[in-house]
Design a protein around this ligand. Structure first.
Ligand code: AMP
Ligand code: MG
Length: 396
């Protein structure tokens, strides 16, 4: 038997099947979760001029402790109409431009005003330049704010919108079809006869992809019949960038994904991966469409989707860094030695510690509901005591 493929090698081979999809310029309202195709370079200084950070009076620090004569007002949205000279102050509001001559703001709580006569009643600003947002304190024109391949989180969108850009070039979202296989599967909620089970994988995968830059078509289903499956694959390949099959990926008599992919004119790569759960995985192409064949057991499908499907989607959408980040935390309980495949134990990370959940069988769904981490146990790892550090991936 061929040696089992390490997870990293399988990930590299999968991502090498195709590069990022072409990019389009789209509006901010459309771009959440997408990956930018070009660096976002600031087109302006932010702020573009020194601004007041408080409501108060713009003054010259050398004139402290006053008194002053108030000569006008600077409100947000317009440039002040005059400069501040010796003994003068200008009423100013948060976000308003500092008038020439002024270098400090005294907050309104620290002064008393009588007509145009301003006197200090509180402690005053204390230091030169207080309560002023310096020009370019956030960023300066020409700064690289976000490198290409960055995911557009709400925070990244805030910075990009402030940069002066009106649209962003982002990688196209891959069109993804989820295709379940198995004569025993029934759409969740429908009545079951003996031997049938609800399909949990397509709702699970649909939910997982909802957080990703992907256009997911309705889940599709095919019976365990090679000819039907081949027909469905051919049809789906016409309209999708990725087909994710679930189930039928192994070597049983009713596992037809590999055969059907060949019949549909596809190119196949079948891997047995050194991981648990989720040993068998199919990767291939039908024309420009990538087929990823996940195993059917719910925990196997979940874990292989985290390790292969999400990185594939992110890679096609233009991610710079599509693989899940690995973190470290101490174990809350002892952990037995590792075996001949790398384990991705469904685990709970809380109060800074990792606890593997009871019920690591790949057929189980309930532990998936409780898990928020995959605890990674390397091949042949020695047993570890509580408190020892372990690697994990965040999953929820
Ligand atoms: P397979 O990979 O087709 O051999 O399926 C392995 C196990 O996963 C079997 O017990 C199947 O009944 C189960 N299974 C396959 N697909 C699904 C699905 N979509 N939802 C829930 N269980 C599934
Ligand atoms: Mg099956």
């Amino acid at each position: 038997m061929a040696a089992l493929l390490p997870v990293e090698d399988a990930q590299a081979r999968l991502l090498a099947l195709q590069g990022a999809l072409p990019s389009n310029k789209i509006a901010f309202s459309e771009c959440f979760g997408c990956y930018i195709s070009d660096d976002v370079i600031a087109q302006r200084d932010q702020p573009a001029a020194p601004l007041s950070a408080m409501d108060g009076y713009a003054i010259r620090f050398v004139d402290l402790p006053g008194p002053w004569t108030v000569i006008g007002e600077s409100a947000a949205g317009a440039a002040p109409d005059r400069a501040v000279g010796a003994g003068q102050a200008m009423r100013i509001f948060t976000g308003a431009m500092l008038p020439d001559g002024a270098d400090t703001v005294i907050v309104q709580e620290d002064v008393a005003i009588d007509g145009a006569a301003l006197t200090m009643t509180g402690d005053g600003p204390g230091a030169h330049g207080r309560h002023i947002r310096a020009r370019a304190a956030d960023f300066a024109a020409g700064d690289r704010l976000l490198p290409a391949g960055t995911r557009l989180t709400p925070g990244a969108i805030a910075a990009a919108a402030m940069s002066g850009a009106g649209q962003l070039a982002v990688g196209r979202r891959p069109r993804v079809a989820i295709l379940t296989t198995g004569d025993e599967l029934v759409q969740a909620g429908r009545s079951l006869t003996a031997g049938q089970i609800p399909d949990s994988n397509s709702p699970m995968l649909t939910a997982m992809l909802a957080g990703e830059p992907a256009e997911v078509s309705l889940p599709h289903h095919a019976r365990d019949d090679r000819a039907t499956l081949a027909k469905v694959l051919k049809e789906l390949a016409r309209r999708h960038d990725v087909i994710v099959t679930v189930g039928g990926a192994s070597v049983g008599d009713h596992d037809h994904v590999r055969g059907a992919l060949a019949d549909a004119g596809g190119r196949i790569d079948f891997w047995k991966i050194a991981m648990r759960p989720g040993k068998p995985l199919i990767a291939g192409t039908i024309g420009d469409t990538i087929l990823l064949g996940l195993p059917g057991n719910p925990s196997s499908a979940y874990v292989t989707a985290i390790l292969f499907l999400l990185p594939l989607i992110r890679h096609l959408a233009g991610a710079r860094d599509p693989l899940p980040a690995v973190h470290q935390a101490p174990l809350a309980a002892p952990l037995a030695a590792g075996g001949t495949r790398r384990d991705y134990l469904r685990a709970r990370f809380s109060a800074g510690q990792l606890t593997p959940l009871i019920g690591q069988e790949s057929s189980m769904t309930l532990p998936l509901a409780a898990a928020n981490a995959l605890l990674i146990r390397e091949i042949g790892a020695p047993p570890r005591a509580a408190g020892a550090m372990a690697d994990y991936i965040v999953i929820a």
